[in-house]
Design a protein. Structure first.
Length: 167
């Protein structure tokens, strides 16, 4: 269990870091160049490390359903959508939406037993957990006071004092 938690935390850190790097590359190269670069380098790294650690067993894909072979294509959508979401929303808000959507869709897939997953009963506690996270994202995005609002309040306060001083 601890090893699983460790890997999950590292994955989260790496996804956040990769998202920032991908967005910076996108600023200079464009979405499709960024996607090709990210997935191309990922392929080279995976192939190299796979050959080093697994040798020819890397290519032993037994009893795999044909449509799972195309899962790499999903990566194109992941990179394009993450880069654009980060560009439009900022890294923190974009990743919070991504994580919420991942959790909600994972709960749905687990509960329905889709894609060969073991079907796990859906519970009210799981629903409440997802709703709490969604509420947290909403509070995070809209609950605080932005710099612009603070500046407006400061100017309004100054004007109010100036008007009060004239009376």
């Amino acid at each position: 269990m601890l090893l699983g938690l460790f890997f999950a935390v590292i994955a989260g850190l790496l996804v956040g870091l990769q998202n920032i790097f991908n967005t910076r590359v996108n600023d200079h190269a464009g979405t499709w160049s960024t996607t090709a670069l990210v997935l191309g380098l990922g392929f080279l790294a995976s192939m190299t490390l796979g050959l080093v650690f697994e040798g020819t067993e890397l290519f032993a894909l037994h009893n795999m359903k044909t449509w799972f072979w195309f899962s790499g294509l999903i990566g194109v959508g992941v990179v394009v959508c993450l880069v654009q979401g980060t560009r439009l929303l900022g890294p923190t808000f974009a990743i919070s939406i991504v994580l919420t959507s991942q959790l909600g869709s994972a709960l749905l897939r687990d509960s329905m037993g889709w894609f060969g997953l073991e079907k796990i009963p859906f519970t009210t506690q799981q629903l409440v957990g997802v709703l709490v996270i969604i509420g947290g994202v909403i509070v995070f995005k809209f609950g605080g006071v932005s710099k612009e609002k603070l500046e407006v309040r400061k100017v309004q306060s100054q004007l109010k004092h100036q008007v009060a001083g004239r009376s």
